[in-house]
Design a binder for this molecule. Structure first.
Ligand SMILES: *[C@@H]1O[C@H](CO)[C@@H](O)[C@H](O)[C@H]1NC(C)=O
Ligand SMILES: *[C@@H]1O[C@H](CO)[C@@H](O)[C@H](O)[C@H]1NC(C)=O
Ligand SMILES: *[C@@H]1O[C@H](CO)[C@@H](O)[C@H](O)[C@H]1NC(C)=O
Ligand SMILES: *[C@@H]1O[C@H](CO)[C@@H](O)[C@H](O)[C@H]1NC(C)=O
Ligand SMILES: *[C@@H]1O[C@H](CO)[C@@H](O)[C@H](O)[C@H]1NC(C)=O
Length: 621
């Protein structure tokens, strides 16, 4: 998941106002430059304008040529002065993530488009630049008379876990209401008496205690008999300001072994948190060491994957494996489109890092030739604003070429919310033209303001389409009661998608939950607010802690627009700076926090930019 905390440095670095003079900087002394940087950052923190953002990058780059540490020092000092976050968090974030951003900014051609592109993708502070990634060529043209494989009538269970984020440093009774991006831990500056004591089963402000994950895995066999499982990434907790390779590797080792105790047959994908520091996954064109992560993951995943897949993981985390004859899973590393992967901004012309999409196409062509059905799994969904637009546009071309006859379904995570998105053939976005569903699964972690949860799909082993999607949650608001009575979490079926939405869009028992059906469900959301409100509740995993999304705002319209966006270019939510204000003053879609955990809300919160609304046919504010 993307957390607002990791945008702190960005804001500090990117928010310098235009008034900061870039040129005479080299003749000034460190102290003067630092003050100027700080002053400029501080002035611009509230504006987040495109020009200010780009010029801030230019200034930061300029100063970096003198001494990169000065930029970091200025950001750190400002972050502390502003009391945006605890000092240790500021310092940790600035000095671990900052150098990578600086390196990329120094490589980027800021005034030839890269600057605007960075400001757009990370902060939503510039208008969307044109997509220049071009048109892909495929080994063979799309067959004109495609037929989709028939259902067999045999259905199996498939378990979908995502965003595990179990915290083995979770301390029962510690402060759950802290001023850091992750609470429920003992910190040097923790108060003696916690504002709210962490229960033993978790808290809405925290990642999951180890026993919550274990309890979840114990519950699964009571309701399902998974033929296999998919795990769409993000194992370590959200202490993104204090991670080292060693810590993260140990956390992953522990978590995978907990999963292995309950799951014999699992297909994982690489999340942005698998790296240390989080999000920062280099490519051959960006500099930086990338080998350690994939060799570590390959070793961990070897318990589940065949040898050729393990070898493939060693390259850059992607692999393919065939759990059953005629069926193939392709696990992609979608962090190479992740907007918070600062490495990418140093090599923006590299539209296909590692040649992953090229490899993907070759696998899909082989599958088409062999008449196989394919599932794509990954962490960041290419449909969401968190995926860089150029990459997302290329990905969408691949989907249009190989769906619906080859790619049967695709599964992602990352947002922690329970969401979905629809991809279409070229032409109108309607039911007949809907070709593929992106299933975006809810997180195991309750972080933040969500109930812990997971999915079980009912899947036909002939066409490998989904016939039902059952989401299970535990009601974490009862955690204190579980502790006082010695009870365990009340895992229960939150909803069956077939039942919940089939009430609005009837579906025959022998038909899958197809993209056409999901499109009709979005139509129902448009015309029936009760149906949409059902979705909104499930999106927040029935914790009911998200801000409302009511028809007297543009929120439902934007949400429905996003459901019909298979690529990030088509979304109506704007790439946002951590927290976005809705017109009524509360945050929602990018709103990873419903309460002001980090204290950022009061500092930031620019209104939506008008160009984005225009793009989506919404009235300007
Ligand atoms: C860069 O600045 C840091 C302090 O911010 C200082 O310790 C270091 O010596 C400087 N490096 C150079 C080459 O001046
Ligand atoms: C695509 O990449 C080009 C080249 O870096 C850049 O100029 C353009 O702004 C990018 N477009 C988007 C939408 O990211
Ligand atoms: C589809 O086209 C291929 C060749 O283009 C042909 O061999 C095949 O018989 C066709 N299938 C159907 C169902 O028309
Ligand atoms: C979607 O709605 C259209 C128009 O009402 C209808 O013709 C079509 O059968 C529906 N498809 C599904 C799968 O619900
Ligand atoms: C929208 O309606 C809700 C009640 O349904 C109300 O609480 C809220 O204040 C209204 N918001 C606006 C912007 O009118």
């Amino acid at each position: 998941m993307r957390i607002s905390a990791s945008t702190v440095i960005l804001s500090l670095m990117a928010a310098a106002s235009i008034t900061a003079a870039p040129t005479p900087v080299h003749i000034e002394k460190r102290g003067v430059i630092l003050d100027k940087l700080k002053d400029a950052f501080a002035k611009a923190l509230t504006s987040l304008e495109c020009g200010a953002c780009v010029s801030a990058l230019v200034v930061a780059k300029d100063v970096s040529y003198l001494n990169r540490n000065w930029v970091l020092d200025a950001a750190n000092s400002l972050c502390s002065t502003f009391k945006i976050m605890d000092q240790d968090v500021c310092k940790g974030l600035v000095y671990s993530h900052g150098p990578v951003l600086i390196e990329s900014v120094m490589r980027a051609k800021l005034l030839s488009g890269d600057g605007k592109m960075i400001c757009f993708q990370i902060l939503g502070a510039c208008p969307a630049p044109a997509i220049t990634s071009g048109t892909l060529t495929f080994p063979k043209p799309k067959p004109t008379n495609i037929t989709v494989k028939a259902a067999s009538g045999n259905r199996v269970d498939v378990l979908h876990l995502s965003d595990w984020h179990v915290d083995d440093q979770y301390v029962v009774g510690s402060n759950a209401a802290c001023n850091k991006p992750l609470c429920c831990r003992k910190y040097a500056d923790s108060p003696l008496v916690p504002g709210r004591a962490a229960s033993s089963w978790g808290d809405y402000n925290c990642d999951a205690p180890v026993k919550l994950g274990q309890d979840l895995l114990k519950f699964v066999p009571t309701i399902a008999n998974p033929s296999f499982s998919i795990m769409t990434g993000d194992i370590p907790p959200h202490n993104v300001w204090a991670e080292t390779r060693e810590i993260v590797m140990a956390e992953e080792k522990a978590a995978y072994s907990v999963m292995a105790a309950g799951i014999t047959n699992m297909y994982p994908a690489v999340g942005n948190h698998e790296a240390a520091p989080a999000n920062l996954l280099p490519t051959p064109n960006t500099g930086g060491d990338y080998k350690w992560l994939y060799s570590h993951l390959a070793d961990e995943w070897a318990r589940w994957l065949p040898a050729d897949a393990v070898n493939s993981v060693r390259n850059y985390g992607a692999y393919t494996a065939s759990p059953a004859p005629g069926f193939r899973i392709i696990s992609l590393n979608t962090n190479f489109c992740y907007t918070m992967n600062f490495y990418l901004y140093g090599a923006l012309k590299d539209y296909d890092p590692f040649g992953e999409l090229k490899w993907f196409i070759s696998q899909l062509q082989a599958a088409e030739d062999a008449g196989e059905r394919v599932w794509v799994i990954g962490h960041v969904s290419p449909s969401q604003t968190d995926c860089i637009q150029n990459w997302s546009a290329l990905y969408y071309q691949v989907v249009q070429r190989y769906s619906p006859h080859v790619i049967a379904e695709q599964f992602f995570g990352h947002s922690h919310y329970d969401e979905f998105a629809i991809s279409y053939g070229s032409g109108a976005k309607n039911a007949q033209n809907a070709i593929l569903t992106s299933w975006i699964a809810p997180s195991v972690t309750p972080y933040t303001d969500l109930n812990p949860g997971f999915r079980v799909y009912k899947v036909d082993i002939g066409n490998w389409n989904v016939y039902d999607s059952n989401t299970y949650v535990a009601d974490l608001s009862k955690a204190a009661t579980w502790d006082s009575t010695g009870a365990t979490p009340d895992w229960h079926l939150e909803y069956s998608a077939r039942e919940a939405y089939g009430a609005h869009v009837p579906i025959a028992a022998d038909q899958p939950l197809s993209p056409a059906w999901w499109h009709n469900v979005t139509n129902a959301f448009e015309s029936n607010d009760a149906a949409f409100q059902k979705y909104w509740t499930y999106r927040g995993k029935s914790a009911n802690r998200m801000a409302a999304c009511t028809t007297n705002t543009s929120c439902p319209k934007e949400m429905i627009c996003d459901m019909r966006a298979g690529k990030s270019t088509d979304t109506c939510s704007q790439p946002a700076f951590g927290l976005q204000k809705r017109e009524d003053g509360t945050e929602y879609e990018d709103g990873f926090v419903a309460q002001d955990v980090s204290g950022l809300r009061s500092v930031f919160g620019s209104a939506k930019k008008p160009w984005n609304r225009k793009l989506c046919g919404l009235p300007s504010i």
